[in-house]
Design a protein around this ligand. Structure first.
Ligand SMILES: Cc1cc2nc3c(=O)[nH]c(=O)nc-3n(C[C@H](O)[C@H](O)[C@H](O)COP(=O)(O)OP(=O)(O)OC[C@H]3O[C@@H](n4cnc5c(N)ncnc54)[C@H](O)[C@@H]3O)c2cc1C
Length: 295
């Protein structure tokens, strides 16, 4: 999309050092203030006049938002201002967690380029609400929830269903996401993230997939999330159910994926037709699940 604007409108900028101060500023300026994380999405939206703000509240000065913590049995807690680069470095220092959350690591490694990853946050990438971004897929795959804090208290919200469209979420304008919890995946599970690009950093089809206990009919689990090809992340719940019937995963795969593709409302844009995207979703999903089965 091209826009006639190349300059930013005027606004006031503040960089609070505590969460309480940031929430107070947002509440006092309700409707006229916007949160800035890495700022890449926000500043772009403001330049294109898709978002307006009299006050920009930069949350990068709030130290408690910069943390990564593994909570055994619960999952991986990632602070709101953690960047793509910091996430990759964490996984490279913690190979066991990298394997446990492999699809997250692979998606972070594919998020834009190294310069943007130094600034772009995991949470900002999800809340930006663009269909093509890389972080929502693994977040939905690992049943992630965000912790939102505002003047009326705090709450946990599942990432699946949180985003409504570009820069539109279920959050109140004065709520700040402080962290995101990627839930502990099933024991022995494997996961992967596949991104197919065409003439852009953004993917035209991104597949996040997880397979657990493939040889145990009673305990097996297969999860697939499609992003970049649909306006919002699509968790293929009916495909998950499909694998609950008797039979080997390999034998059920083609029929299940065919049905999943027919449920999708797929994007059509100058990068790919809806028909081509559907074809790519089908072959990439089958290929990714097969590769997880043989890992
Ligand atoms: C040239 C280019 C190429 C790109 N390529 C890719 C790519 O290949 N893959 C990809 O995934 N992305 C890509 N991007 C997008 C980029 O990664 C995102 O813009 C970035 O990740 C957004 O994160 P941020 O920290 O900058 O968020 P911000 O821009 O600061 O925030 C985004 C939105 O979330 C809100 N927000 C942020 N944090 C919070 C919070 N804690 N609580 C409540 N609301 C919050 C903001 O108010 C804003 O509405 C590209 C961008 C550019 C410019």
């Amino acid at each position: 999309m091209s826009a006639p604007y190349t300059t930013l409108p005027e606004f006031k900028y503040v960089k609070p050092t505590s969460l309480e101060e940031a929430i107070r500023l947002l509440k006092e300026n309700e409707g006229n203030a916007k949160i800035m994380n890495g700022g890449i999405g926000l500043i772009g939206f403001m330049k294109e006049r898709l978002l307006e703000a009299e006050l920009v509240v930069d949350i990068k000065g709030i130290k408690e938002l910069k943390k990564i913590e593994y909570l055994p049995g619960k999952g991986l807690l990632v602070g709101a201002t953690v960047t793509g680069t910091e996430m990759i470095e964490f996984f490279e220092k913690n190979p066991d967690l990298r394997e446990k959350f492999r699809a997250f690591y692979e998606a972070a490694s594919h998020m834009a380029d190294a310069i943007l990853r130094n600034r772009a946050s995991i949470v900002g990438n999800i809340l930006e609400g663009l269909p093509y971004v890389d972080m929502p897929g693994p977040a939905v795959l690992f049943d992630a929830e965000v912790h939102a804090v505002g003047p009326n208290g705090e709450r946990w919200i599942p990432v699946d269903g949180l985003v409504l469209g570009p820069a539109m979420t279920k959050l109140e304008p004065y709520e700040i996401v402080t962290e995101i919890l990627y839930k502990e995946p099933p024991k022995g599970s494997r996961s992967a993230y596949v991104k197919l690009q065409s003439r852009s950093e953004y993917g035209i089809v991104n597949i996040s997939a997880l397979v657990a206990n493939p040889n145990s009919f009673a305990n097996r689990e297969v999860r697939v999330v499609v992003t970049s090809a649909t306006q919002l992340p699509f968790r293929a719940r009916s495909l998950e159910q499909h694998f609950k019937q008797p039979g080997k995963i390999e034998d059920l795969l083609d029929e299940g994926v065919e049905k999943m593709v027919n449920e999708l409302d797929v994007i059509e844009d100058p990068y790919a037709t809806a028909e081509f995207r559907k074809y790519l979703i089908k072959i990439l999903t089958i290929k990714t699940i097969k590769s997880l089965l043989s890992r």
